[in-house]
Design a binder for this molecule. Sequence first.
Ligand SMILES: *Cc1c(COP(=O)(O)O)cnc(C)c1O
Length: 428
Amino acid sequence: MSTNEEWFSRAQRVIPGGVDSPVRSFRSVGGIPYTVVSGSGAYVTDVEGTTYVDYVQSYGASLLGHAHPAVVERLREAVTRGTTFGAPTPGEVLLAEIMTSRVPGLEQVRLVSSGTEAVMSAVRVARGTTGRDKVLKFDGCYHGHSDALLVAGGSGVAQLGLPGSAGVTAHAVADTIVAPYNVVPQLDDTVAAVLVEPVAANMNMVAPRADFLHQLRDECDRVGALLIFDEVITGFRLDYAGAEQFFGVTPDLYCFGKVIGGGLPVGAFGGSLEVLSVLAPAGPVYQAGTLSGNPLATAAGAEVLSRVTPTDYADLSARVARFATQLSEAVRSSGLFARVPVRGPLLGLYLSREEFDEPENFVQAQTLCENGLYGPFFHAMLDQGIALAPGAYEILFVSLAHSDDDLARTVDAAAAAARVALRAHFAS
Ligand SMILES: *Cc1c(COP(=O)(O)O)cnc(C)c1O
């Protein structure tokens, strides 16, 4: 029998901070992380044998839940045929066909191995196409950890209380402009692209105002800048076809990741034939990857995408809307105030001791995320077998495997956890 403590101390000896991605370290909520040995559907089980209802779901990579039997079978089949070749494979064509058939403005996609790579490559395409240098991003939106985009990045960066990252030169971010989310910036003709999370899901959750994305589209058109939707979270999760369909706004470039790999490392960027014609080998913008279009990742991704229907998204959204209301009421019944913003099946969670409005930008989200309530709330949930993300800047991921019973248990636990958080607040 081994313990989470033993594994984490072994990890800390051989892996910096004991983790391969900072948020997993529990640094912002305190305590030591549970080390997962297996997952099944809505649940994960740690090395001590404790099973949790899991709302991390690999930060959104898992849509069907963990180890879905059909995905496992598809992977079993794929692995026996070889795992990487450095040559074209049918699997990458199949995944690209599914994606382009679903997203209206997506005519072609190129597959990569992470969301970071997808965004980095899309920005390069935008610069290559327009011949311009500047990229505008919004405060609190996360676009992976490439140098130029690692400013005001929300999520893990915000959790560690860092404005950006050491090791990124002023030069590397000199062409990055940061603007507040939900305010349409005034652009000029030095701007190659505007990068946006259509629903911001790395500063807890901040939904776009009614006309924000439409007006952003108009402003990009006015100056000839490309609009890039970073759909690494929203793609094939917000909706059957992601944010374009959900909001009725068509970007010039799309970035995907998470869901489209069915739990394996993947990313993709795409757009119209015209925009992508600058990419090598046809055009002058270079981009490549040894494991890009990996047969295992494309098999898992294609299996997930081909299993879900528009009805699944509608049903999940309706269930999540009810869950959000119940969660909010449960917290309020315990003397705290809560806001649970919802878009489709995505939901955030803000706690406060005072009544407050739903945040519309990073500054507002940050005030709430830093009020000290999330840490004790998180631990009280974990003690009751409910695993939320170990950081206030993350959202909750409800998979298709979460049952009504799982959600009801979570609501009950939240009422108790809110009481604990309130007491902890008065004690401190
Ligand atoms: C997770 C995420 C990324 C980065 O993807 P990785 O696969 O972690 O490199 C980029 N953009 C958004 C919106 C994300 O949520």
